[in-house]
Write a protein that binds this ligand. Structure first.
Ligand code: TYD
Ligand code: MG
Length: 462
């Protein structure tokens, strides 16, 4: 028997090490190194390579033929449907609804007459059937199996007509004979993913791999899989809300800034075509500290409420806590308020929350966040029919942002009557039903809000 070279693989990040260590040098995780055999690929030592033909760039390029899933919000995120021969990783917390969404997509494709296969490595066939029954999908001609051996799966699927879509739920439960490690280890997950990706490229089937996410939000174990696949979609949401957001983290065949919005109902995941209505449905009107932000997600405008609480602190170092926005952007907005607008926040705790579990990454939210903060501090509610957008620069100026017209159109559609936006956007076409207040600097905004109400009576001792 040949000598096997052993190595220690971090189960968190996939980094290899020659000896065991308590802490992974690559990712810093403790106690995550496990001994695994090196992949025993065929003919590793002696094989002489096969000759292949090299081609020019000018050759025939087939544009990626896509297959729309029939679930519009899913197609929006993938960029128009599943690409033939591509592999997509769908990552998300357990219980978020990955299996539900994918059985719905598989059933929709099967009903449209395509061969669609659902392989579950986690649930028995009866369990998947039960869910399908609950979702009213029992009549869809989906081909179903509970299997975990990649070789068996590929052998079975290679028989007959090539499936258009194969769902593998989940990649962490799959194992391949080509690798000697136990199922669930990084080496196995990587080996299984590699075999499935090879099969997809060879056969032209589109494959969706389901991947679990660890507590700290990483795709469990195989970060390496993220690099191997064509697209990574992340399915997010928080436990207290019914809605779920699907986001493209990586996409070789489409945009990465579109989001799909779903609502978890008793009958599975329902598509939400007008997310703004949903995000604004539970507003506390007339309360200080809330501002509506007219944001953009990809090509779609989405309105969300930004909530701030500025309260006197009882700690030596005041707290700054943010949910759904960037901590460093909050720090920047606070610094600009202090430095240029005379708003002293050193004696206050500051909390900022984006309502509904949305996560915003646009700098355009600066103005809405600043308005919510000042409104809370001044204890003066902002007008309930106003939306805010604009980027705050370090000098305190309000900088213009893109897609002004779409933001204004969506705001008018949802019944808002005024918009507070950058001075530089004055030339852009607005909506006649919307009154525009252009602000050139954060100082103007602070003065406008302070004029709306009475300041808090007892400021804290410095
Ligand atoms: P599931 O798709 O199994 O999640 P995942 O595959 O990401 O682990 O979804 C599980 C949750 O969804 C579970 O808490 C029950 C809920 N659910 C509904 O609310 N309605 C439904 O119609 C279905 C099928 C599930
Ligand atoms: Mg599942």
């Amino acid at each position: 028997m040949s000598k096997r070279s052993l190595s220690f693989i971090c189960q968190n990040c996939g980094a290899a090490s020659h000896r065991w260590q308590g802490k992974c040098e690559a990712c810093g995780e403790w106690n995550s190194l496990a001994e695994e055999g090196a992949p025993a690929g065929p003919g590793r030592k002696t094989a002489k390579g096969r000759l292949f033909a090299l081609e020019g760039l000018a050759g025939e390029a087939h544009d990626a033929p896509r297959l729309a899933s029939g679930v519009a919000e899913l197609d929006r995120v993938t960029g128009g449907g599943f690409v033939r021969g591509s592999v997509l990783l769908m990552a998300g917390d357990p219980g978020i609804g990955k299996s539900t969404l994918l059985i719905q997509a598989t059933a929709a494709l099967a009903r449209a007459g395509h061969r669609a296969v659902y392989i579950s490595g986690e649930e028995a066939v009866a369990q998947v059937r039960l869910r399908a029954e609950r979702l009213g999908l029992r009549d869809a001609p989906v081909e179903l199996a509970a299997e975990t051996s990649v070789e068996d799966i590929i052998a079975t699927l290679s028989e007959g007509k090539t499936p258009r879509l194969i769902v593998i739920d989940s990649i962490q439960t799959m194992w391949t004979d080509m690798v000697e490690s136990a199922p669930g280890t990084v080496t196995q997950v990587r080996g299984s993913a590699q075999a499935l990706i090879r099969y997809a490229k060879r056969s032209g089937a589109a494959i969706i791999l389901v991947g679990h996410v660890t507590k700290d939000g990483q795709i469990a174990g195989p970060r390496v899989v993220e690099h191997m696949v064509d697209a990574v979609l992340s399915f997010e949401g928080d436990g207290t809300h019914q809605f779920r957001i699907l986001r493209a983290v990586k996409n070789r065949f489409g945009p990465t800034d579109e989001i799909g919005v779903f609502e978890m109902t008793g009958a599975g995941l329902a598509e939400v075509a007008t997310p703004s209505e949903l995000f604004l449905s539970e507003r506390d009107l007339g309360q200080p500290g809330t501002a509506v932000f007219a944001g953009m997600e990809g090509t779609r405008p989405i309105l969300v409420e930004i909530q701030a609480l500025v309260a006197p602190t009882s700690l030596g170092t005041p707290r700054r806590a943010v949910v759904g926005w960037d901590t460093s952007r909050l720090a920047m907005v606070l610094a600009v308020l202090e430095a240029h607008c005379g708003v002293k926040l050193g004696g206050y705790d500051v909390y900022l929350n984006v309502a509904g579990g949305m996560r915003i990454s646009e700098p355009a939210a600066d103005l809405a966040a600043a308005a919510a903060l000042v409104s809370s501090l001044a204890n003066s509610p902002l007008p309930a029919d106003a939306v805010y957008f604009g980027e705050v620069s370090l000098s305190g100026a309000i900088r213009p942002v893109s897609h002004t017209a779409s933001r204004l159109k969506e705001s008018a559609k949802l019944g808002f009557a005024r918009a507070v936006l950058p001075e530089a956007a004055r030339s852009e076409a607005g909506d006649p039903s919307l009154k525009a207040s252009h602000v050139g600097s954060l100082t103007t905004l602070v003065a406008d809000i302070a004029a709306l109400g009475k300041p808090r009576t007892a400021p804290p001792k410095a």
